[in-house]
Design a protein around this ligand. Structure first.
Ligand SMILES: CCCCCc1ccc(-c2ccc(S(=O)(=O)CCO)cc2)cc1/C=C\c1ccccn1
Length: 240
């Protein structure tokens, strides 16, 4: 197959992001602060600035019963569900279908006062990963979103400030087979979710505003999204 112009970057970025997502918080370097906790969900952030702009990396870990990694990645990746769970989204367009597991998105997000409105152009790639540690363990699934340039949508040419993001959603399915050998049901599966994100807000935005947005929005986003997947899948056959 003819390789797409972005394929080398996509493959390299996915491998890098998955390696980082698999590392425990302790191995990810110092300075991680636990800033939100809700049941199984733990959210960490590190305070980092580039040219005086807040780019705090975020890492969240969560375990959700009754859904699989394939299902979580499917609902995160597919554009047709995004307006259902992404509350900060104002508009989303698929600029290019690079392949059936790789899309190029343009998204504008709702304005967060007093900062100006933001937009993102990013490729999104979904992939099943061999579980190289535990041979007969269930596979892992990932979606990586990474900002990229697009000639037909130059940055900061309209009213929106272009943000630059790298996001990795890494999912590991856990199956607890029933003792009596009956078929596996949703009561026997759970999914360990690791969500890593670094968002450079692009233009200047007050550090206090950005940190307040992250603190408020990220826990809401992960809970809302995982609840959405649970509700969408509960009466459907399990997607392993
Ligand atoms: C002043 C505010 C500047 C930054 C605003 C902002 C814009 C976009 C984004 C963002 C967040 C997650 C993704 S994704 O995981 O790829 C899913 C697809 O949508 C894409 C974009 C983040 C944020 C900043 C905060 C924030 C945090 C969680 C939710 C919403 N906003």
């Amino acid at each position: 197959a003819v390789l797409h112009r972005l394929w080398a970057e996509i493959d390299k970025t996915v491998k890098q992001q998955v390696t980082m997502a698999r590392m425990g918080i302790g191995e990810c370097g110092t300075g991680w602060q636990l800033f939100a906790e809700d049941g199984e969900m733990k959210m960490y952030r590190r305070e980092e600035e580039i040219d005086g702009m807040v780019v705090d990396p975020l890492k969240a870990v969560h375990v959700v019963k009754g859904i699989t990694g394939h299902e979580v990645c499917h609902y995160f990746f597919s554009p047709k569900y995004r307006y259902d769970w992404e509350t900060t989204l104002e508009h989303m367009t698929v600029l290019e279908t690079i392949s059936d597991d790789t899309l190029l998105f343009l998204q504008t997000h709702k304005r967060i006062w007093p900062a100006s409105q933001r937009e993102a152009v990013f490729w999104s790639h979904m992939r099943k990963l061999p579980n190289d540690q535990d041979r007969d363990g269930p596979d892992m699934w990932t979606v990586v979103n990474n900002s990229t340039e697009d000639e037909s949508h130059p940055a900061n040419s309209g009213k929106c400030v272009r943000i630059y993001l790298t996001v990795c959603l890494l999912c590991q399915t856990r199956v607890h087979p029933p003792k009596d050998g009956t078929p596996i049901t949703r009561d026997n599966v759970s999914c360990k979710i690791t969500y890593c994100s670094v968002v450079n807000p692009g233009g200047w935005a007050p550090a206090s505003v950005l940190r307040a947005v992250y603190k408020r929005e990220y826990p809401k986003f992960l809970k809302r999204f995982t609840t959405y997947v649970t509700n969408q899948t509960k009466n459907k056959p399990i997607m392993f």
